[in-house]
Unconditional design. Sequence first.
Length: 229
Amino acid sequence: MPFRLIAIDLDGTLLNTRHQMSPANAAAVAACVAQGARVLIATGRTYASAGPYIRALQLAGPQIVLNGAVLVEPETGCMYTRQLLPHDLLAHVITVLESQGLGYTVFGSDAIYALPEMPYAPILAGYGEPPLIPLSRTDLLRLPNPIKVLTFLPAGPRDAQLAALMGTQVEAMRTAPQFFEFLSPGINKGSALMELMERYRVPREQVLVIGDGENDISMFGVAGMSVAM
C-alpha cells in the first residue's frame, strides 16, 4: 500500500550536521511528491528557520513547526496555533528553570524572547532562528502568545529530574543534544500529525514518519511505518 502522507524531521534527518540538505535527499522528497504523496516537514524550529527548506522543496499544504504547536501554510505564510502555553504554566516552567540555574528563551509563533543577559543568540542563529528580542522577566510572563520554553542543557541524567520537577501538566522533551523544551500538555509532533491525518482522512497504514530525536517518538506512535535515523 503506497504512503499518502510522509512526515520528515529536519535536523539530523533531512539535514546534516551543518544544517545542509543534500541533493539526494531533495531528489527523494521530489520523487515522493511526484508519485502523489503529501510530504510535510515536522520540526521544532520556527517557520522563520524552517521556511527556506520547505520553500526549496516546494512543499504544499500544512507543515508542522515548533514541535507541533503551530501548523503553517507555506503558500500564504498563514499560521495556525494549535495551543499556546498557558501563562500559569509559563510561570511554572520559568520558576523551575531559574531554581535549577538554567537559562531559557520563550518562543512565540514567529519570534523568540529572552532576558537581556541570556547569551544564547549565537546558538539559535546557527539554526537560522530570528534574533532574540530582549525582555524583562515581567514582560516575558506577560507575552500574549507564548508557545514553548527552551532551555540549554546537555543531554544527561538531569533530563529526568527536570521533567519530574515540571510535572505532568507540562509536555517536556529533548529536541537536540543541547536543547530541552516545554510546551502545553499534549502538544507534540505526533498530535499535530494526527490532526492532519484526520483532516486528510489518511489511515495510519498509509503514513510514513522519518526522524532521529526524542521529539519524533510521538509521531512514531501514530504512523504505520517509522524510520529512526
